[in-house]
Design a protein around this ligand. Structure first.
Ligand code: GDP
Ligand code: GDP
Length: 438
C-alpha cells in the first residue's frame, strides 16, 4: 500500500513545525517504543477521513543569516518537488508577502506539481481575511487560511490536499511486480549492488516512465520474474544540496520505503552496524515492510569461523526492535550470494502475503494459553477469546479479549512468537490489534 507523499515548504517561523505537529498529532510518538528508531520530526503519517498520507517536513536546520535563507528555501523546494505528490507551501499572514515567497512560488509553479497555498496564523478569520487575499499575488492559486496553533481551518485545508490524490498516481498499485528499495547510509554499496545486478544481464528497462516521483527505478529479471529496484543512492543534486544531507537522505529513504514491498538495508561489513543503520531500519519497521539486512563488502574483511556469528549477534543487538529481519552476507564486488538475495526477497514477499486460516490460529492460541497462563491484575485474569487474521502486507491479526488493559505487550509478544514458531513469517513484522468483547 503506497501512500501519497505530502511535503511542507516555507520560510523560517511561518509555523511549519506547529502545523506539522497539529496534523501528525500523537502519531509521531509511536516510534518511541523502539530504540534506534528515528525521533526526528522529519516525517509522520497523517489520516484525514479515509485518506492516509505521509507528510514530510523539508525544513531542517534553518540558516541564521538572511542571505542564506533564499538558497535554503530553494533546497527545500527542490526536495519537495523531487519527492512529493502534493506540496503545501506555508506563508505567514502576519509577516505578509516577502520577496523569497515569490521566488519559491515561481519554482513550485514551474515544477507542475500540485500545490496547496496555506496562509498560517489566521487566528481570527474576520480580522485577517483581507490580508489573506493578498497572497493571490503569488500566482499559485487560492490561499487557504489556517491557524496551526489554534487548529482552525485545518479540515478545509486537508480537503484541498486530498483532492490532488489522483488514482493515476497510485497506479503503481496495479503493477504486480514486486518493488524493492535498496536503502542504507552513503558508501555502503547500494549503487554497486544494483550495478552488479544490472551487469549480470538481468536488466530490461531502467527509468520507468509515468512514475510520479523522480526516483530511479530499475527492472531486473531473475528466474523469469521481474523485480523493480528503487535506488535511493543517487544524490543527483549533490552540488546543490550542501547542508542537511542527512535530512535529505532520510526523506529519500522514507519515500522509497513507502513505495516498496521489500526493503533491503545495506550495511558495510568493514564498518559494522551503526546507530544510523538502526535509524534507517526503523523507517521500514514502522511502515510494516518486508526487511532484509544485506551485510555488504563481505569480501573485504578477514574471516575466521566465528566472524559470521559475531556480525549476526551485533546486528541483532543494534536492530533488537526487529528480530524478524532476514540477514544475508554479500559482496557487490565479487557478486557473492547476490543470487541468494533474490531467493530471500521472494520468500519475504511470500511471508508478507501469507494468510493463516482462523481455525489454525485459534488452535495455536489455545495451546499457547495452556502452556503459559495469561497475566492477571487485582484478581482479574486476562481471557483470550478468539484470534483472526484481518490483513496482509504486513500480516495483521486481531485478538479478542475480556479486558484490554490486562493484555500486556509481553503477552502479545508471546503469542506472536508462537505464531512465528509455527509459520516463520521471516522478514516481515506482524501487527496485532487487541479488541474487547464482553
Ligand atoms: P517554523 O520555523 O516554520 O517551523 O515555525 P514554528 O512552528 O516554529 O512557529 C514559529 C512561531 O510562530 C512560533 O512562535 C509559533 O508559536 C508561532 N505560530 C505558529 N502557528 C501559529 C498560528 O497559527 N498563530 C499564531 N499566532 N502563531 C503561530
Ligand atoms: P552507495 O553510496 O551506498 O551507493 O555506495 P557505492 O556503491 O557507491 O560504494 C561505495 C564504495 O564501496 C565504492 O568505492 C565501492 O567500490 C565500494 N564497494 C561497494 N561494494 C563493495 C563490496 O562488496 N566490496 C568491496 N570491497 N567494496 C565495495
Amino acid at each position: 500500500m503506497s501512500k501519497p507523499i505530502v511535503a511542507i515548504v516555507g520560510r523560517p517561523n511561518v509555523g511549519k513545525s506547529t502545523l506539522f505537529n497539529a496534523l501528525a498529532g500523537e502519531k509521531i510518538s509511536i516510534v518511541k517504543d523502539h530504540p534506534g528508531v528515528t525521533r526526528d520530526r522529519i516525517y509522520a503519517d497523517v489520516t484525514w477521513l479515509t485518506n492516509q498520507f505521509t507528510m514530510i517536513d523539508t525544513g531542517g536546520i534553518e540558516p541564521e543569516s538572511k542571505d542564506l535563507m533564499l538558497s535554503h528555501m530553494r533546497q527545500q523546494a527542490e526536495i519537495a518537488i523531487e519527492t512529493a505528490d502534493v506540496i503545501m507551501f506555508i506563508v505567514d499572514v502576519r509577516q505578509g508577502l516577502v520577496d523569497a515567497d515569490f521566488k519559491v512560488a515561481d519554482m513550485l509553479r514551474r515544477s507542475g506539481k500540485p500545490i496547496v497555498l496555506v496562509v498560517n496564523k489566521v487566528d481570527n478569520f474576520d480580522k485577517f481575511m483581507p490580508d489573506v487575499y493578498e497572497f493571490y499575488n503569488l500566482g499559485i492559486g487560492d490561499p487557504h487560511p489556517v491557524s496551526a496553533s489554534s487548529k482552525l481551518g485545518l479540515g478545509d485545508m486537508l480537503d484541498e490536499v486530498i483532492k490532488f490524490f489522483r488514482p493515476e498516481d497510485m497506479a503503481e498499485e496495479e503493477d504486480e511486480r514486486p518493488r524493492i528499495a535498496i536503502v542504507g547510509k552513503p558508501n555502503v554499496g547500494k549503487s554497486s549492488i544494483i550495478n552488479k545486478l544490472i551487469g549480470e544481464d538481468r536488466v530490461i528497462v531502467s527509468d520507468i516512465a509515468g512514475t510520479t516521483r523522480d526516483a530511479i527505478d530499475t527492472t531486473v529479471k531473475y528466474h523469469g520474474k521481474e523485480y523493480i529496484f528503487i535506488d535511493t543512492a543517487g544524490l543527483r543534486r549533490k552540488n546543490k544540496i550542501t547542508e542537511d544531507l542527512e535530512r535529505y537522505s532520510i526523506i529519500r529513504t522514507v519515500t522509497a520505503v513507502e513505495r516498496a514491498d521489500v526493503v533491503v538495508l545495506v550495511i558495510d561489513a568493514s564498518e559494522g552496524v551503526t546507530e544510523q543503520d538502526a535509524k534507517i531500519a526503523g523507517i521500514a519497521h514502522e511502515r510494516g515492510k518486508g526487511i532484509i539486512v544485506a551485510v555488504n563488502k563481505w569480501d573485504a574483511i578477514e574471516k575466521d569461523d566465528k566472524t559470521i556469528y559475531k556480525h549476526t549477534n551485533k546486528i541483532k543487538e543494534v536492530l533488537a526492535f526487529m528480530p524478524y529481519a532476514e540477514m544475508i552476507f554479500v559482496s557487490a564486488l565479487t557478486g557473492q550470494r547476490l543470487n541468494k538475495l533474490f531467493d530471500l526477497i521472494e520468500q519475504v514477499i511470500q511471508n508478507q502475503n501469507l494468510r493463516i486460516a482462523t481455525g489454525v490460529l485459534n488452535e495455536i492460541m489455545t495451546e499457547a494459553v495452556a502452556l503459559q497462563q495469561p497475566p492477571s491484575d487485582k484478581g482479574k485474569r486476562l481471557k483470550l477469546f478468539y484470534i483472526t487474521q484481518v490483513a496482509v502486507k504486513p500480516p495483521t491479526f486481531v485478538i479478542f479479549v475480556n479486558d484490554k488493559s490486562l493484555m500486556h505487550f509481553s503477552y502479545t509478544r508471546y503469542i506472536e512468537n508462537k505464531i512465528r514458531e509455527a509459520f516463520g513469517f521471516a522478514g516481515t513484522s506482524l501487527k496485532f490489534f487487541i479488541r474487547e468483547r464482553k
